[in-house]
Ligand binder design. Structure first.
Ligand SMILES: [Fe+2]
Length: 203
C-alpha cells in the first residue's frame, strides 16, 4: 500500500487549438436568399465536385471578392474577427455544400491554407453536427483515455469533440484540424458554406 503524502498538484495546458465561434446577428433576414444562392449554384453546375462529400453536392470553389449576398457576408464577418492583427490580409476561397438526407462528409482537413471555416445556413434538426479530431488523437490516444472524464473536460483534452451546427453561426479553425460531418438524419437538405483562408502577414 502506498504511503499518503501531501503534494501540490497543478496542471497547465500549454498548446491549445483555437476554434473561433461566431454568431451573426439578424441572420434570418439573409437566410432565404442564401438558400436560393446555394440551389442556384447547384442548378447551374449539377456535377459540382467530389471531395469529402458522400452523397451531397459540393460546388466548385470560388474566390470571395464581394458583390453578392454570400460573399459580402463572408467578407464582413472575416474582416471583423478580433483575433487577427490589423495588418494581416486574407484571401478567401469558398464553396457551397448541400447535403440531402443520408449524406455526410468523411474525415478530412483543408490543405494549402491556414484557416478553414464553415457558415451554417440551413440546419434541420438531426442533419449532422461537425466532429473534430484532436491533432494528438494518434500519438496520445492511450494517454487521453486514461484520464478521468473531469480532467478531460477541464482541459478539453479529448480524442474527438462534437460541435453542434447552428444556423447563422460560423466556425473557424486551423486548417490542419481533421473533422467530419455526421450523416443527415433529417428529411430535409442541410446547407452550409465552407471556406479556406490564406493569411498574409504584412508585419
Ligand atoms: Fe471541411
Amino acid at each position: 500500500m502506498s504511503e499518503i503524502i501531501n503534494i501540490d498538484y497543478y496542471v497547465q495546458n500549454l498548446f491549445s487549438v483555437p476554434i473561433h465561434y461566431l454568431s451573426i446577428d439578424d441572420f434570418d433576414s439573409n437566410k432565404e436568399e442564401l438558400i436560393d444562392y446555394a440551389y442556384y449554384l447547384r442548378d447551374n453546375d449539377e456535377r459540382g465536385r467530389i471531395a469529402s462529400n458522400c452523397g451531397g453536392y459540393q460546388s466548385q470553389p470560388f474566390t470571395v471578392n464581394g458583390g453578392d449576398v454570400l460573399q459580402d457576408l463572408l467578407i464582413n464577418v472575416i474582416s471583423n474577427i478580433p483575433s487577427f492583427r490589423n495588418n494581416v490580409d486574407v484571401i478567401c476561397d469558398s464553396w457551397v455544400n448541400i447535403n440531402p438526407p443520408l449524406s455526410f462528409n468523411v474525415k478530412h482537413c483543408h490543405p494549402n491554407c491556414d484557416i478553414a471555416g464553415v457558415l451554417w445556413i440551413k440546419i434541420p434538426k438531426n442533419s449532422g453536427d461537425i466532429v473534430f479530431y484532436s491533432p494528438y488523437n494518434f500519438i496520445s490516444y492511450n494517454e487521453m483515455i486514461c484520464y478521468t472524464r473531469e480532467f478531460q473536460e477541464k482541459g478539453k483534452y479529448f480524442n474527438d469533440y462534437e460541435f453542434p451546427a447552428r444556423e447563422g453561426n460560423l466556425l473557424l479553425f486551423p486548417s490542419h484540424l481533421e473533422h467530419k460531418v455526421k450523416q443527415n438524419n433529417s428529411d430535409e437538405d442541410r446547407i452550409s458554406v465552407s471556406f479556406n483562408l490564406k493569411l498574409i502577414d504584412n508585419n
